[in-house]
Design a protein around this ligand. Structure first.
Ligand SMILES: *Cc1c(COP(=O)(O)O)cnc(C)c1O
Length: 367
């Protein structure tokens, strides 16, 4: 039996931001600072399931001080982007993949699973309504932030019996307005992001709260980002901040492009998964491996590891230029963005902006 399609109530804003002001925001959007004119909300209760789906003007929520999310963090999110296409239309990159991951995150946090088609429809509805907010060029995009949290009031510790799913959207400029700049990273041997059996695979708010101290420590060591190691041996490389990592062995057509395997403590990035396909489309060998900090250091010292980069929806691909830990300090390659890193980056952006053929059917076109 198929579930009946949920009906959305539409209440467009009576006073959207005037075009001139919107254009001023789009000229310098930054990241996650300004939001479009509308938002989507869908409620879930034990008695009614998913109901009360609405598109309304973007507005603050009223929250009871005893809202369960504020106390026990039953809260998950997603991040995906809508891109302007050469013909002026708009397409979203792999929303179905985000929808499925959102279901897995929900399951892990004992929350109800939103049907994939409802998640995609909610995103489509918001992008369509606010399509003037999708920037016009290349690397710029409209960042979509679907999220869900417990909406029940009470201090008893148990899964809530009421949730609110929402989608908001924020225009995003190029991650590197001044050109791609390699990052310096700090290997965190003191803090861990995720342990076996924990919530590392889920995109939940609490993971980010727990990461902030390590990020501050990285900054205190003069580094841009923290690299997470496994929780048990503090030796196996997992992720960088909120992004997955890639290592390039060798160069030219013989290069091998590898990423740490999904052990249950890594967040399964959609950019990560897409890049395994893109790298192999470009003729590189690929792999999902375990890589230790010693192998990384020695590989850079003997030249077998030529490039390292991080990847995720927000920054697409970011080269890693140097590494620091307690007692070690090294440069990746010559410290500059690598050739294969940049080739993968360009290919990914070309697919997203509609400049390259979408051979995998990743672009979800609207309208
Ligand atoms: C969201 C996220 C990523 C990247 O996932 P994408 O789907 O590629 O955006 C990687 N690591 C963590 C911890 C994340 O939260």
């Amino acid at each position: 039996m198929t579930t009946p399609r949920i009906e959305f109530d539409l209440t467009p804003s009576a006073n959207p931001l005037p075009a001139a002001e919107r254009e001023a925001v789009l000229a310098n959007p930054g990241f996650g600072r300004r939001f479009t004119d509308h938002m989507v909300t869908i409620r879930w209760t034990e008695a009614k399931g998913w109901h009360d789906a609405q598109l309304t003007p973007y507005a603050p929520l009223e929250i009871d001080p005893a809202n369960m999310t504020l106390h026990y963090a039953q809260s998950i999110f997603e991040g995906l982007k809508a891109y302007r296409q050469p013909d002026g239309s708009v397409a979203v990159f792999r929303p179905d993949a985000n929808a499925r991951r959102f279901q897995r995150s929900a399951r892990r946090l004992a929350m109800p699973e939103l049907p994939v088609e409802t998640f995609v429809e909610a995103c489509d509805l918001l992008v369509n309504q606010d399509k003037e907010w999708v920037p016009g060029v290349g690397e710029e995009s409209l960042y979509l932030r679907p999220f869900m949290f417990a909406a029940e009031v009470g201090l008893g510790v148990r899964p809530a019996n009421e949730y609110l799913f929402m989608v908001i959207a924020s225009p995003a400029g190029p991650y590197f307005p001044g050109g791609v700049k390699p990052l310096s990273v700090w290997l965190s041997e003191e803090y861990v992001r995720a342990a076996p059996g924990g919530t590392g695979e889920a995109k939940c708010a609490g993971n980010y709260a727990a990461s902030l101290m390590a990020q501050a420590q990285a900054a205190a060591h003069g580094c841009d980002q923290v690299v997470w190691l496994d929780a048990i041996e503090h030796r196996w490389v997992e992720e960088m901040g909120g992004m997955n990592l890639y290592f390039v062995y060798g160069s030219g057509a013989d290069a091998k492009v590898v990423t740490p395997e999904l052990t249950g403590t890594l967040l399964p990035g959609i950019t990560r998964e897409s890049l395994l396909s893109i790298a192999s489309d470009l003729g590189y060998r690929t792999g999902e491996v375990r890589i230790s900090t010693e192998e990384w250091r020695e590989g850079n010292a003997d030249g077998s590891i030529t490039e390292v980069f991080a990847c995720g929806t927000a920054a697409v691909i970011t080269p890693v230029g140097s590494v620091k830990s307690n007692g070690a300090n090294w440069t990746v390659g010559d410290g500059q963005p690598g050739e294969i890193t940049m080739r993968l980056r360009e290919k990914m952006l070309a697919i997203q902006s509609g400049q390259a053929e979408d051979v995998h059917g990743w672009m979800h076109r609207l309208g």
